[in-house]
Design a protein around this ligand. Structure first.
Ligand code: PLP
Length: 415
């Protein structure tokens, strides 16, 4: 065996195994009801349609779909994405504004590779998507946390931090935001704040990375504009994926940005995978062109709304006073805040003993905070499992309150 310590590259030494992965190992028992994963509901995958489409295109078009394709993506899929964005977002873009990626995680890595030099400051939400933090950390980014509330990133805090970085002549690179049904919190950035963030980005000459995998999974309410549409200076880079609407196993996503940025990212993608799977791109392109996409997403939203409502109802019914939670209008997650002083990291082991699991909120905080928070996933478990799981979780929280000498009261159902 070679001397790994001597031979490992800095990026590998910098990258630690995720806390979440370690904790999830404890939840691998069939009796556990897990709110910890981030998995779409497997019963929603359009497997039969995929099988028909794959069979057709392999018969008719094998020369293309089994071949290498262009690094920036197949024109057939780009055309469908252009149509989708025009119809759903009122956005007019050209093929040169799109880079097809091996899902959004690759896009995040590409963003890091394209823009970050070691010790460059970047601004991220508190809390923020852990996979984004890991991708940027690999390139040596210095994370600066910006506070969030139930309407997304706090614009005043963002401005203060940008101003400080500018005064200190720091080489700050971008603001990373998950604006729609955020992972982990389920919160959506309000229209007003989107406009302010875009304005600030222009004032401070900084990029905004709009990472929006859950955007199409909206069950209720009115969608604010995508930030890309609000920006005029080419400094918004938007990341989308088919992982949450079609299937994560396709590994298909796309970046929308100014063509000069797409060109730079495309050059770097060449050395990562040459191209994203041509077969999978054509399956998605056909799925869209045959008109299956919108109906499929609508039925997915229906299923998830039932599960989200089941979780909100169970939280209202079982949680003691002092525990609060977000009420997402879409996506896969909601966010629970325990009373100050209660520690969700410690409570995790108690929860696993009661056969229920969640993800600790502190894992999503680059500043070491968030110890009284947790992320709950509602897309994967059934409504019955949700009810039972929340009941178990509430029992653990109540027991912890009693240990601390407080008598738990029932929460108001209206919260
Ligand atoms: C905010 C966010 N960005 C990116 C990803 C990566 O998704 P994928 O690589 O499957 O497109 C996820 C996955 O959960 C996510 O929540």
């Amino acid at each position: 065996m070679i001397d790994l310590v001597k031979n490992l590259a800095a990026v590998n030494r910098r990258t630690k195994t995720s806390v979440i992965r370690e904790l999830l190992k404890l939840t691998n028992k069939p009796e556990i009801i897990s709110f910890a994963g981030g998995l779409p509901a497997p019963e929603s995958f359009p497997a039969e349609l995929f099988a028909d489409i794959a069979s057709d295109i392999l018969k008719k078009n094998s020369m293309t779909v089994l071949q290498y394709g262009p690094t920036d993506g197949l024109p057939e899929l780009k055309d469908q994405i252009i149509r989708l964005l025009r119809e759903d977002e009122g956005l007019i873009i050209k093929p040169e504004n799109i880079l097809i990626t091996t899902a959004s995680q690759q896009a995040l890595d590409l963003v890091g590779k394209t823009f970050i030099d070691a010790m460059d400051p970047i601004l991220v939400e508190l809390p923020s998507y852990i996979g984004g933090l890991q991708a940027f950390n690999a390139y040596g980014a210095k994370m600066i946390g910006v506070k969030d509330d139930d309407h997304g990133i706090l614009v005043d805090d963002l401005e203060q931090k940008l101003a400080r970085l500018r005064d200190e002549e720091e080489h700050y690179k971008f603001v990373y935001i998950v604006p729609d049904f955020q992972n982990p919190s389920g919160v959506t950035l309000s229209e007003e704040r989107r406009r302010k963030v875009v304005k600030l980005a222009e004032m401070y000459n900084v990029l905004v990375i709009e990472d929006s995998p859950y955007r199409a999974v909206r069950f209720e309410g009115k969608a604010p504009h995508i930030m890309y549409k609000l920006g005029r200076s080419g400094n918004i880079i938007s990341l989308f994926t088919f992982s949450k609407t079609l299937a994560p196993g396709l590994r298909l996503g796309f970046v929308v940005a100014h063509e000069a940025i797409i060109r730079r990212m495309s050059i770097l993608k060449q050395s990562m995978d040459l191209c994203t799977s041509s077969l999978n791109q054509m399956i998605a392109a056909e799925f869209l062109s045959r008109g299956h996409y919108k109906g499929h997403v609508a039925s997915l939203c229906k299923t998830y709304k039932v599960k989200k409502d089941a979780m909100l109802e169970a939280l209202g019914r079982y949680m003691p006073e002092g525990v609060t939670w977000t009420k997402p209008e879409g996506g896969l997650f909601l966010w629970v805040r325990l009373p100050e002083g209660m520690n969700a990291d410690e409570l995790f082991y108690e929860a696993v003993k009661e056969n229920v699991a969640y993800v600790i909120g502190s894992a999503f905080h680059c500043d070491g905070g968030g110890h009284n928070t947790m992320r709950l996933n509602f897309s994967y478990p059934s409504p019955e499992q949700i009810d039972e799981g929340i009941q178990r979780l509430a029992k653990v929280i109540k027991a912890n309150l009693v240990k601390k000498g407080e008598k738990p009261k029932a929460a108001a159902l209206t919260r």
